[in-house]
Design a protein around this ligand. Structure first.
Ligand code: ADP
Ligand code: MG
Length: 506
């Protein structure tokens, strides 16, 4: 009997020990997994580091590359394209002007009535229309006939202006890569964003639109051909004469600025009456070894249809931020089962769009309910524990903070190139304190900046860190609503009475 009792006691003790060992083992394993997941975050943080020292290196690299791109054709990854826009709206523009904004799946027709005084836009009318899918891959004639018809229908007084003897001036915003040949003409280099109209590549863009307008009998002239950044700069300058540059941070990113013609070395003998010209940087393609690059960026680039292209854009713009975050969560999910089995949605490129990433980032509910909802509904990861949800928010923070700070460094790079960063440009010389800083405005547009508060705040913070408070107080970022379209109408007005002969190529 005693032996039996002893036997049972031993068996119970052994079982208890075994159970305890299993529990402890599980805890140890789960702690190890958690450590691995945290390790993924730590590694991300380290490789995304943007100390102010590193940002200043990016600033310098941007200014140097701008210089190189202006020195010779192909001298830099920055194309530094001439726009032939040699004067910006001054505020004295008067009358009615039209604009067409084509740069994606939608196009817009605008009419702007100008009062002749700065910031006196009396009336503004906009119509948005999607481009039918078949026209994006058809013939150029079909596309431009469609656009011309929309323009004709747009104006209630279409009949009037058809017959009117006064020719209407039209600004054409065409946000695809164009080699500009004058302020109102340019040749399409290549299509992007889903367009593939073969007979247009290498052809004159404004001419194709002008022919369509003529076919419809519209008495309109394509007065300027610009891209969206130039339109934004024009509207910025119309409202505020201290505006020297424009930046767009939306689906993609780009910038343009006002440059002295004598600094555009690759085009020697370029003469404009104003002595300056807007340069379209195509800064999305900027690259420098100082950019903090991660394994996720490398994979994203390798899998993209334009690898080795648009490196800066792929770290900054709305098209990509969500996907970088997705790649990090995927890695965490592969390292442990903290997110359960790897879900098919999580493995799918671009399944997490940037606006939803922003919602997760800015979720301030104590239980992070929005994060849980998006993980479940969008990425098909249910029942994520709170501590893992907090980790996801941190990932969004790291990715957005890096993007915003690099964009800030890009902006300061432009300011440095034109001597508005409080130093004396890239050639060195006088110290910061010797220079009287002029009020400097940068026009800015794009939903990443306007709709994503954390992005905007990080960008402003970095701008202040890089420039220092004394200088930063003179630099103003101003949002210009609808600049890409309205700006083109303003440029059409400011270029209407003048001919392209203002610009001479000797
Ligand atoms: P586009 O650049 O296509 O002309 P926008 O300037 O409106 O148009 O930018 C759209 C991009 O901005 C989207 O692709 C998306 O990535 C990003 N975006 C839009 N809304 C938000 C938001 N609320 N938070 C973060 N990003 C956003
Ligand atoms: Mg846009």
């Amino acid at each position: 009997m005693g032996k039996v009792v002893l036997g049972v006691a031993v068996a119970v003790a052994v079982t208890t020990c075994a159970v305890a060992a299993v529990v402890v083992g599980r805890r140890v394993r789960s702690r190890r997994k958690w450590k691995r997941v945290v390790g993924v975050l730590k590694e991300l943080e380290e490789s995304c580091e943007t100390t102010v020292g590193r940002l200043r290196q990016v600033v310098d690299a941007m200014a140097v590359e701008m210089h190189a791109g202006l020195a010779s054709e192909g001298g830099s990854k920055l194309k530094m394209l001439l726009t032939f826009v040699d004067n910006l709206p001054s505020g004295s523009e008067k009358g009615t002007c039209y604009a067409l904004d084509l740069g994606g799946t939608n196009f817009r027709v605008l009419r702007v009535e100008l009062g002749g005084q700065r910031s006196s836009i009396l009336d503004q009318d906009v119509v948005r229309q999607p481009i039918p899918q078949q026209l994006m891959t058809g013939s150029s004639e079909d596309l431009f006939d469609f656009i011309a018809s929309s323009l004709q229908q747009f104006d209630e007084n279409a009949i009037d202006f058809e017959k009117s003897s006064i020719r209407k001036e039209l600004g054409f915003t065409f946000s695809f890569p164009v080699k500009q040949t004058s302020v109102s003409s340019g040749i399409l280099i290549k299509w992007t964003k889903g367009f593939a109209i073969k007979d247009m590549v290498g052809e004159e863009v404004a001419g194709a639109l002008q022919h369509a307008l003529d076919r419809k009998g519209l008495n309109m002239r394509v007065a300027v051909l610009v891209n969206d950044t130039v339109g934004t700069l024009a509207l910025g300058h119309y409202h505020d004469a201290d505006t020297v540059a424009a930046v767009i941070i939306g689906t993609g990113t780009n910038a343009c600025y006002w440059e002295r013609t004598d600094a555009i070395i690759k085009c020697q003998g370029l003469l404009t009456t104003s002595g300056g010209m807007v340069v379209n940087m195509e800064w999305g393609n900027f690259w420098s070894s100082h950019l903090p690059r991660t394994s996720y960026d490398i994979e994203l680039d390798a899998e993209s249809p334009n690898s080795n292209d648009q490196g800066f854009e792929k770290m900054i713009s709305g098209m990509y931020l969500g996907d970088i975050v997705r790649r990090v969560i995927l890695k965490m999910s592969q390292e442990s089962d903290i997110f359960g089995p790897v879900s098919p949605s999580l493995s799918m490129p671009f399944s997490l769009r940037t606006p939803l990433m922003a919602v997760m980032h800015e979720d301030d509910s104590p239980e992070l309910t929005e994060v849980a909802r998006i993980l479940k509904n969008v990425l098909e990861i249910p029942d994520v524990p709170l501590k893992a949800r907090k980790l996801v928010v941190k990932v969004c923070d790291v990715v957005t903070r890096r993007a915003a700070r690099l964009a800030a460094a890009g902006i300061v790079g432009i300011l440095k190139k034109i001597g508005r960063d409080g130093s004396s440009g890239i050639t060195g010389g006088r110290s910061r304190s010797d220079i009287k800083m002029r009020r400097t405005v940068v026009a800015i547009e794009g939903s990443l900046y306007t709709q994503y508060t954390m992005f905007r705040e990080y960008l402003h913070e970095a701008l202040h860190e890089i420039l220092g408070e004394d200088i930063a107080q003179h630099v103003i970022l101003k949002v210009t609503e609808d600049g890409s379209g309205v700006g083109a109408a303003l440029l059409a007005a400011s270029h209407s009475s003048k001919s392209v002969d203002n610009i001479q190529l000797l």
